[in-house]
Design a protein around this ligand. Sequence first.
Ligand code: NDP
Length: 287
Amino acid sequence: MTNKLDGKALAKKIKAELQQKIQSLQNRIGRPPGLAVLMVGDNPGSAVYVRNKEKACTKVGITSFGKHFPEQTSQAELTQVIQQLNQNRQVDGILVQLPLPKHLDSTSLLYQTDPSKDVDGLHPMNLGQLIRGEKGLRSCTPAGVMRLLQEYNIELQGKQAVVLGRSILVGKPMALMLLEANSTVTIAHSRSHNLAAITKNADILVTAVGRPEMISAEMVKPGAVVIDVGINRVTDEAGNSRLVGDVEFESVAEIAEYITPVPGGIGPMTVAMLLQNTVERWSSLVE
Ligand code: NDP
């Protein structure tokens, strides 16, 4: 029987723990934790993500220093804002919501961010620490996957793990984290030949592609653990839209041992890890 990996429930538990931690340390530190989420332009998807992050912050007791900038904001203006936030002692975490409008260079903004405030874990310093196996801020989505696997006591050591997707945001750090957990890791991508043969070999399959329901049951090993990071909006013939993952949930759930739903799987875990990174960086002032 397939077990659902309930990211929504675990994220709720993590947020309750963070709220408690904030309450217990706030007097000693003399201020709440602070997170600045910067958004530029009017991408409707980003607006939803930013709102969710800010709501989650308020709920656990993190102060939001977020700003919403107009579409035509210049690189120089944003660089200056980031430099100010780097200096601001009330702010523990800085995050630029992607994608940015075309005229802006997100990599340069990331490089301007103080690595110790890079709560998205994407600064080369933090990614370098991941490669070296050193402590550091870890990218939120793959960290959320690892935390969910840990919660359900899923054995990773020696297992065949396949990561589908090689982005710097998800696929690459995901593969490194699984490697750190002693899995035997394969990374597949759009140029991989015979994808089904690769995915079918996976004890642990993580999909981070962005193609609605591309993974069918024939591509999955019976008894595998399937983690669906993909978030895709699809519209049916009647014009109703809904979110689906990269995995065909119904058919794969019949053969997998564990599977994450979309929504309610890795999405809420990503937000929980963002809050956790912010609170950890804040609590390190006294711990
Ligand atoms: P990117 O577009 O940056 O990367 C997608 C990856 O998938 C690339 O490596 C690409 O290969 C690979 N790919 C594309 N088409 C195929 C194919 N037909 N077969 C095999 N591989 C393919 O996306 P992200 O990594 O940023 O995001 C991936 C998905 O995860 C998206 O749906 C996104 O919305 C979702 N997401 C969800 C989050 C969450 O919180 N749950 C957080 C972040 C992302 P190549 O490199 O060769 O082009």
